[in-house]
Design a protein around this ligand. Structure first.
Ligand SMILES: [Zn+2]
Length: 755
């Protein structure tokens, strides 16, 4: 809209930009200013240097009164962070992180960053999380600004990762661009994946690698539905293109890259990436260009040793690594393998049956919902990994057929596949396979890694969904959580159990819902009691504390409620000047917001606050009110966009939908304001998708299903055909079946179980 152009990724051009502005403002664009001329006494014109060759979607310019802080990287690039003037003190963390990360990428990719500068700008009201415009990346304030005094531990983690993401795009996306939006994942999957590669090295204290697993589980959640799509999918119109910016392109894309890296080894994988980026600099690519770069990196090894081509590192890799699959019999066909992951939707379920030393394997397409026809033609090349009770050395096996057999050197008590869940598949253990793993968790859970434990918790509940296991087996497994202290398994346990009582709450099955809540609180009681109400500890300890205390307080665990009330009263008495520990704030606010007076006081503080993350915490607390008028008012204000910013409306709606008294309101609000929401957030956008799925994903009755179907059918085709609408409908259908089959069993299990 700013200028006539062909806005398609494959049309690359050099851009010369001139901007007229008032002298009191400053202008920014992709390149530095080369000169400024006076046009009149009240108008000046900035001339920016000509850009490198790039796609139109990367052009950016800003006219503002922002302030900035700057540093020079060790490679001589000037980095600046721009914000509104009164937040400039919160820009320091981002500046240091960006300097470290840009230096890292220049070294890692062995390709210099081609521009003389990189500006990072915090935009006060911004729909996306961030945008990777070449040389001028833009962010939500909450994604870029960090206040060491006020920000919570998780915000440090997310800020660092988002900067890492946008800077990775300067190579993946900007330098080498997908030819068309069907391969969006080449941009986004890579940028997501590089977040973890770069931050784990530049900021090891954040332990970012611990959280990678969560991305893959999120992706599998939508990828298990029939409405999912292959990573690489044909798209044409703007709404379809927008819809590509989803968990499949980002999260699944990054997970299958991680799986490939784990399979090829980090060094070989990196060499392939570098070759790809160098070969296609300033050009456009398709899926297969990437796989060809990976395949040619080291010659395949079905030849004699002395015929091997390539550099020393390739030869070393091929000869040394018996643990890593470059065995002589195995030809690595990256393209054939990765095509099974990018051109097919969904993911495989691997069923393992142990008979003595023989391990029988079978793969099939995992799909939620019994009525979905499970397609038999799906086949993946699965890089399997496993450990056993006899050996914690990771063994590897590439499964390329429907069924296969592995022979172990000796009989084992248990076997665990998908080590660390680096692979994008789930595993079912036939016969007493699960029983052995459940005993292992009960007796000595630390024998396997925390990510292995989290993956078992995830897989067992996934198997219940498709009737491979009973719900009581899954609940039996959760009993071990009483002794769990690590963040990922604790989060995964909560992620599986909490939605179950939410389904019940929405159907007035309060007795069982309450019993289940009590069970969960009991599971984590020791861990909750151990939490200190201060900001000490590592990032993951602090994040765990934040979630546990919020959960405990909202679920009415009395010791937590008492303490939070005490804090809230002190804070209120000080008129909000008392500084609360950042990681317990949300819990304190949530309890405070339960009274009408507390809610009003919190809201008065919300209006005064300029600090975004603080506002976010208050928004969550306000949405936990049981007062429907207040909840309605919150959503109305978000739509208004005055006191509550428009960018915050989608998560306000989700917060309200999640609260026990608000889910009706959220659905009514969605229906009533549909036109306006679409106008604000665009059809096909992530925001619209989040609202639709978030509002409906805890519905589980046929009546609710009919209501949702009826509403979307009444809309024009463009809306009713949205993928997120299909996802919502499938999820409700799945919930209905789940409740039909499992509710009574859960009830019985809870009655019989004494923790
Ligand atoms: Zn991105």
């Amino acid at each position: 809209m700013a200028f006539p152009c062909f806005d398609e990724p494959a049309f690359k051009a050099r851009f010369s930009i001139k901007i007229r502005r008032e002298p009191k403002h400053l202008a920014l664009s992709n390149m530095p200013i080369v000169k400024t001329v006076n046009i009149t006494s009240w108008l000046v014109e900035d001339h920016f240097d000509t850009s490198v060759k790039m796609s139109t979607y990367l052009v950016a310019f800003i006219v503002s009164d922002f302030k900035s802080v700057s540093k020079i990287t060790s490679h001589g690039i000037k980095i600046s962070v721009y914000t509104v003037p009164d937040k400039i003190n919160q820009a320091v963390y981002a500046l240091d992180a960006a300097v470290k990360l840009l230096d890292f990428y220049e070294d890692y990719f062995s390709i210099p960053y081609p521009l003389p500068k990189q500006d990072l700008a915090a935009i006060p009201d911004f729909q996306s999380g961030a945008m990777e415009n070449w040389g001028l990346t833009t962010y939500r304030e909450s994604a870029l600004l960090y206040d060491p005094e006020k920000s919570s531990a998780s915000s440090k983690l997310w800020t660092t990762m988002i900067i890492a993401h946008e800077l990775a795009h300067q190579w993946f996306g900007n330098l080498v661009t997908m030819e068309w939006w069907n391969d969006l994942w080449l941009n986004e999957g890579f940028a997501k994946f590089m977040e973890f590669v770069s931050v784990s090295i530049t900021h090891p204290e954040l332990r970012v690698e611990d959280y990678f697993l969560g991305k893959c589980l999120d992706a599998m959640e939508v990828d298990a539905l029939n409405s999912s799509h292959p990573v690489s999918t044909p798209v044409e119109d703007p709404a379809q293109i927008l819809e590509m910016f989803d968990d499949v392109s980002y999260e699944k894309g990054s997970c299958i890259l991680n799986m490939l890296r784990d399979y090829m080894t980090a060094d070989v994988f990196k060499a392939g990436l570098v070759q790809y980026l160098q070969k296609y600099s300033y050009q456009n690519t398709k899926n297969e260009d990437l796989w060809n770069s990976m395949t040619n990196i080291c010659p395949t090894v079905d030849t004699d040793e002395n015929e091997l081509q390539g550099d020393n590192f390739c030869r070393r890799n091929q000869l040394s690594s018996s643990s890593a699959h470059w065995t002589k019999r195995e030809t690595l066909d990256v393209r054939a393998m990765m095509n099974t992951w990018t051109l097919q939707k969904g993911f495989p379920l691997v069923t393992v049956t142990v008979r003595g030393k023989n391990v029988h394997l079978q793969q099939e397409h995992y799909m939620k919902g019994v009525d979905s026809p499970s397609s038999t033609e799906y086949l993946w090349h699965i890089p399997l990994t496993y450990i056993t009770s006899k050996s914690d050395t990771v063994q590897r096996f590439l499964m390329t057929t429907k069924t296969d057999v592995l022979i172990l050197p000796e009989e084992v008590e248990w076997i665990k596949f998908n080590v660390g869940m680096n692979g994008y598949y789930i595993v079912h253990y036939e016969d007493d396979g699960w029983d052995h793993l459940i005993s292992l968790l009960k007796e000595n859970h630390t024998v396997i890694s925390s990510n292995d434990r989290a993956s078992l918790i995830n897989n067992v509940f996934q198997l219940v969904r498709i009737r491979k296991l009973s719900i009581s087996k899954a609940f039996d497994l959760t009993l071990y959580l009483k002794h769990e202290t690590h963040i990922m398994p604790v989060f995964q346990g909560m992620n599986e159990l909490i939605p179950i009582y939410k389904l019940m709450e929405r159907r007035d099955m309060d007795d069982t819902a309450n019993q289940l809540k009590e069970y969960i609180v009991n599971l984590f009681k020791d861990l909750i009691d151990k939490q200190s109400w201060n900001d000490e500890g590592s990032v993951s300890e602090r994040m765990l504390k934040h979630s546990l205390l919020l959960f405990a307080c909202v679920r009415g665990y009395q010791p937590c409620v008492d303490k939070a009330q005490e804090y809230f009263m002190k804070w209120q008495k000080s008129n909000g000047t008392l500084s609360l520990p950042t990681d317990v704030k949300t819990a304190v606010y949530a309890i405070g917001a339960q009274t009408s007076e507390g809610w009003d006081f919190l809201f008065s503080k919300y209006r005064l606050h300029s600090f975004n993350l603080e506002k976010h915490k208050i928004e969550l607390a306000l949405s936990l009110s049981r007062n429907n008028d207040k909840l309605q008012w919150l959503m109305d204000q978000g739509l208004h966009g005055d006191i509550i910013k428009t960018q915050d409306l989608p998560h306000i709606i989700l917060f309200v939908a999640r609260s026990p008294s608000g889910y009706h309101l959220a659905w009514t609000f969605l229906k009533k304001n549909w036109e306006e929401l679409v106008e604000k957030f665009e059809l096909g956008s992530r925001s619209i998708a989040d609202i639709i799925t978030g509002v409906t994903n805890q519905y589980s009755t046929r009546l609710q299903l009919a209501e949702v179907k009826e509403f979307f059918n009444s809309l024009e085709e463009k809306s009713s055909q949205l993928r997120c609408v299909q996802q919502a409908i499938e999820t409700i259908e799945d919930n209905i079946q789940w409740m039909d089959r499992n509710f009574e069993k859960v009830k019985k299990w809870l009655q019989n179980k004494k923790l």
